[in-house]
Design a protein around this ligand. Sequence first.
Ligand code: NAD
Length: 477
Amino acid sequence: MSRETYTAHSIINGQPYCGTGTLEVLCPADNSVVALVTEADTQATELAIQSAEKCFNVLKSSTAKSRADILYRWYQLIMDNQTHLAELVTLEQGKPIKEALAEVVYAAGYVKWFAQEAERAYGAVIPAHTLNHQLTTVQQGVGVVVGITPWNFPLAMITRKVAPAYAAGCSFILKPSELTPLSAIELAKLALEAGFEDGALQVLLTSKPHALVAQLNSHRAVRKLTFTGSTSVGKLLLEQTAKSAMRTSLELGGNAPFVVFDSADLEEAIEGLMIAKFRNAGQTCIAANRIFLHSKIKSQFISMLKERVSNLTIGSTQDADIGPLITICAKQKALGLVAGALNQGAKLVYQGEELEGNFMSPVILEGIKPDMTIFGSEIFAPVVSVIEFETEAQVIDMANSVEVGLAAYIYATDIAQIHRVSMGLDFGMIGINEGAISNPAAPFGGMKQSGLGREGGAQGLSEYLEVKYLCQRTIVN
Ligand code: NAD
């Protein structure tokens, strides 16, 4: 890919919109400017809403089959362009190319899944209370949807929302992260090429999300907000959408426990942890954040882990295992959490060499206790924080003691124990002897302050549908 700086624009009503002001997109590997993006202003936002409203009326009279066909073409175009998309993700987000390629396939998987689900938005016939009544339900698209997405999966977090919305017959206004707008623009261009109507997917780019999103959320034509990002911003947006009682889905932060019992296959548990902890340099919402080790296997597990971690390669080369963190600030925040834990009494087990720029070597800490700051924080970096436990009840209690409940992982071979612990954990997704749990066919989402609603699976389509009940009486003369 050429490293020449280029200029990118929002997409409104199927066309590039040259906005006012510019936002610089940086490459996390060296913090160089890779693109300039013109910013959407209030006029651009109003135009996008008008176009989305008009398009929703067009989509209302389209068939599920025609939308499914267009989604399938989008899926094929994403797969045909996978190398280009992956290079763009690596450039603006920093993950190694092998992970970026995996993200393209994962992102495309949602488009394919919802191309298939589009034709399954069934209604129902309800047994009536009299002989001359017919009671039925139909499902219809909710209307104009606003979607806000984070930087850590610049493609997949978009397709997981746009594909079900389009399948349901909704028009979509996307505000991607200001850190990774380029992947969003490419995805939208491919959607238009696949046959998305003008106004069916529009992209608004800005470095001032608060003002732009507040304008969208207060508009009478917008009927739903779907957000993926931090719990703090999610709660702020929920306050905004409460004002118009707008439907709201939130995919927020996590703090996943990764529990290894003494009955676990330790080799398997290490494999699972390498994926759940180090994918995307630890910058995933379902990243293993608190590693609970049973006292009987703790020392053995830590020495096996040290061996694996010390062999990880960090850098921006094609075959690196860990790329840069998204920003210098993100690295400083993670190093601050490590320093804070050491001050509060944690023990440093492993720390790789100090690296330049946004690159950060893995760290392993043990002796973490529930009252330490790091225990309640989403680390979002390659830091393993180990907590020792003795009993099942104790580990369930500690795992559940945080405010969020997105993903959890259990490694054990005792079936009864697996059942008891899975039922006891207050988390929306549980990996059992498995560190890679995401799948377009399965519901993704969390309990407590990790969010509202689910994405993917059959549930992912319902988030964009209204149920309409028809009560028809036959008039008997
Ligand atoms: P973030 O909350 O800072 O930003 C997310 C999006 O919200 C971005 O598009 C940003 O521009 C926008 N935004 C920020 N402030 C806003 C405001 N005041 N008003 C309106 N919009 C605003 O999160 P991030 O740093 O981009 O992403 C990391 C977070 O996302 C982590 O907490 C991670 O756990 C979470 N996440 C959750 C999931 C999930 O499925 N649950 C998936 C990926 C990431």
